[in-house]
Structures are given as C-alpha cells and as structure tokens.
Design a binder for this molecule. Sequence first.
Ligand SMILES: *[C@@H]1O[C@H](CO)[C@@H](O)[C@H](O)[C@H]1NC(C)=O
Ligand SMILES: *[C@@H]1O[C@H](CO)[C@@H](O)[C@H](O)[C@H]1NC(C)=O
Ligand SMILES: *[C@@H]1O[C@H](CO)[C@@H](O)[C@H](O)[C@H]1NC(C)=O
Length: 510
Amino acid sequence: MEKNTATAIVTANIASIVSGIVALLLASTLVQGMAGTIGVNYGTVANNLPPPSQVARFLLESTIIDRVRLFDSDPQTLQGFAHTGIAITVTIPNDQIPLLTNLTFAQQWLNTTINPHIPSTNVVRILVGNEVLATANKLLISSLVPAMQTLYKALVSESLNHQISVSTPHSLGILAASTPPSAGKFRQGYDTHILKPLLSFLRSTNSPFMINPYPFFGCSAETLDYALFRPNPGVFDEMSKRTYTNMLDGQLDAVFSAMKLLGFDDVEIVIAETGWPSVGDLGQVGVDAESAAEFNGKLMQHVMSGVGTPLMPNRTFETYIFALFNEDLKPGPTCERHFGLFEPDMKPVYNIGILKHTVAAAAESTFPSYPTPVSTPPAAPAMSPLPAGGGAKGKQWCLPKPEADDDALQRNIDYVCGLDSEYCGAIQEGGVCFNPNTVRAHASYAMNSYYQALGRNGYDCNFAETGIITNVNPSMLRLLFALQFRSFWLMILNSNIRRRIDQSLIESIE
Ligand SMILES: *[C@@H]1O[C@H](CO)[C@@H](O)[C@H](O)[C@H]1NC(C)=O
Ligand SMILES: *[C@@H]1O[C@H](CO)[C@@H](O)[C@H](O)[C@H]1NC(C)=O
Ligand SMILES: *[C@@H]1O[C@H](CO)[C@@H](O)[C@H](O)[C@H]1NC(C)=O
C-alpha cells in the first residue's frame, strides 16, 4: 500500500512530493504510535464466533490491536494466540477467588493453566475476578486481596512475577462520589478495608489499578455530546478550577481523586473496558454505528495522544475497547449484543482506523489538504429533541410481564445486579426487599431499579421483551401483599381462639 503511494508521488510535482512525504511519515508514525497501546476485550458470549486461532491471526495481520483481554483462561484461546506476540490478559472467574487464597491451589492453577502456554503465548497479566466489589458478595470481596497476594506469591515461586502482573478491574460503582471529578471518593467501608490494601499491593508489585468507565451508561440525551467527545460547552469543576470537555476525563479524574485521597495517586490507571454500542432499542438516543465509531475513534485518539486528563496531564492510558465481537447470546437490552467492533465474520461494524490498511488509507485521504494545520471542527450534528411526554412518565414502574419465565427473569436480575450492586442491595439476603424470596419478586425490584435509575426510558424496561411499564407501584403491591399476609394470620388467630385451639400451636407455627 505505502509502496504504491510512494511510486505515484514521484510523478507528481515537487510540492506534493514534499507534502506527500510528510503525510507518509505521519501515517507511519500513526501506525507505530497506535501499535502497542490499543487493546480489545475478547468476549465470547456468542454461538457464532470463529475459532480463536483464526481470531488471533486476524488481529495480528489485519489490525493494529496488540493487546487482548480474555474473560477466562480458555486453553484453546491461549493456544490460538501462540507466536503472535499479542499481549494477553487472562481472567480468573469470580467464583474461584476464595480458592486462590490457598497457595497450593494458586500454584497448581498456574501450573496447569498458564505454564503450558508460556512463553509461546505472551501472557502479561492475570485478572483476579471482574468487578468483584459490585457482586456485593462478602466472601468474594474479603478474599479478593488475599487471593491476589497468593497468586503473586505463586508467580514469584515460578519466577514469573516480572513477566506477568496481577490486577482486578472495577466498575465505577466503587465510587461514592464522582462529581465534580475532584471530589471523587471510594465508597465508605470498601475504601479502607479493600481498596487501600489493594492499591498498596498494586503499588508494591508495579501493577495498574483497572477500571471500567462507560460514558455510555452515564449519559442522557442532554449529555450525549459530552459523552461522545463532540464539541460542547464543557463542565467546570469549581474545586479544581478545571474544565472538562468529555465525560471520560471526568470519570478517570474522579477515580484519580479517590485514589489520591487514600495516598495512591502514583499507581497507574488502566481502562480495562469501555465502549459504545452500535445498535439499540427503538427510540434510544445516540445508539447507532456513527455514534459508536465516534466514541471509539475519539477514545483511541484521546488515550494515546498524551494529553491526559485535567488532573492527570501528559499521560497515555492503556485501554481495552469493549468489545472485539458483537455477542449474540448476551442478556439484557439490545445494545448489550452490539458493543462489538467486528461481526463474527470479522467484518468491521464501522471504521475507526483499527484495520491496518484503513489507518494508512485514512492518512492518505488527508493528503490533499495537508499541510493545512487548522481544520474547522465539524459542526455538531443536530440533536434529536428529547422524546415528548417526559413529564408524564413520572409515575411509572417497570415490572416483569406475567408470561415471562423464571429463567428469563433470573437473567434480568443477573444483568442488572451485575451492572451495579446498588440496584440490588435490597434484594440480597438480609435486605429490606429480600422477602418474598422469589425470582419474580426479585426481578420486579431489579428491573424497576434499573428502569428508574436510567431515567424511565421505554427501552430500559424492554429486557428482551420480558418487561412491561405500568403505573402500579410495585412497593404498593408489596404492601398489599404484606397486609394480606398479616390479616391472614389474624384471621387464623381469631378462628383458633374461637375454636379454643392451643395458643402454643400458633406460636410454634409463627
Ligand atoms: C489447598 O489446595 C489444595 C490443592 O487444590 C488442596 O489439596 C488443599 O486441600 C487445599 N487446602 C485447604 C486448606 O483448603
Ligand atoms: C507442575 O507440573 C509439573 C508437571 O507438569 C509437576 O511435575 C509439578 O509437580 C507441578 N507442580 C505443582 C506445584 O503442581
Ligand atoms: C505537560 O506538557 C506541557 C506541554 O508539553 C507542559 O507545558 C506541562 O508543563 C506538562 N505538565 C506536566 C504536569 O508535566
């Protein structure tokens, strides 16, 4: 590609030769600059993905992606990436965290899972679980740091600690406050008991703090430009006197402020997941291929530019886009199945210059206008107005459809609670809405929390067509249920007295 372009240049006039050489240099530094920093999350919740070895070859030969994060440590996938040099991060599933606090187990795990694949596969990091604090599972959370320490010890015993690091990614649910960014702080309880020892471990082992910021989940129609790196008025932080021009910077700086508060502003931050879906549900604003391309394209430029953020100037961020493929079996709303950069047949869903030849082609297409340094920023596209009737949505709730089955409802619970444990605290054991302990009751609570939290958009109650919007307050239903239950017992009690049945019998029933 570059050779042909160079040949063509010789026949052109001197001016275009000069600008052509500059543009080619630019193109090649662009390719080199990008190589080594952009990663992708290789999720596999799908039934139509190509074999890992084919995926590995595609990434190596056709894209500039050279870091891959796996959500497991599948042997075939590790084998598939052998001899590609692509830096691989593997994930140990959450349910194995308690076992990993046992050094023998950790050593055996390394011995059987990682050792057979290195050094031919370039494994560089092991993630202990994913968004563990969001599970609200006390055993997992309390085992997290000990498990990481033990795994590290096992790496030391195999002399692999300089080659493979240990970390764990977090959702932004770990923050108690995130606006303004300078006021960012971790949730109380988790801050000193979990995150401080965790950051201490990361610092001493030279590993990064990993987070999953998703401007997509944090934005509304009003903040879409801010989330998509488009021209916008910006957000001024009164405390730090900095202006934020995009939501990602705000999220990163909120995490940075929280780390700084605990004395760990020197620990590196890695973006373990972020992305934007290309397809959504009807009426969902800002969910289309153009927006996804805009977010992911500008994300790549931004994290690699070295500009950094207002509180972390002049930094680049190792970043993993979510996700490599559209994943047809992911539960939840339509958008969840459309975060991919590629279709399962490796066709790009949109172009963000991640294919090797398109990077060069993109640079070539800037050829004629080079070296004009200032280009007018494109006018912000006209925003679609807010859907009408927003105010009328005030008293609406999202509930499971009567015909929805328990499996589907359980998937909705898992989906919502997996996003943020905040949605589900009340239905955990011991929570105020734990009873009645049925899948349907828990799903009602989780689905409705999600729908309310995201601003009561119709599509946020879709849940693969298992949700329905109603104007009956579910907590009213719960109250009615509780009242009925109480009067039922009073009724029995009364009839029992009338029938002179032994009072102790009732007490034993109660
Ligand atoms: C530690 O793990 C090993 C290997 O899996 C197992 O045999 C042993 O019983 C475990 N020890 C404890 C205390 O659980
Ligand atoms: C690791 O595997 C080798 C052979 O594959 C075995 O000899 C060794 O005992 C194993 N070590 C542990 C700690 O399991
Ligand atoms: C960041 O880079 C700019 C421009 O090179 C420089 O003026 C500034 O001092 C740097 N800031 C820090 C904190 O290094």
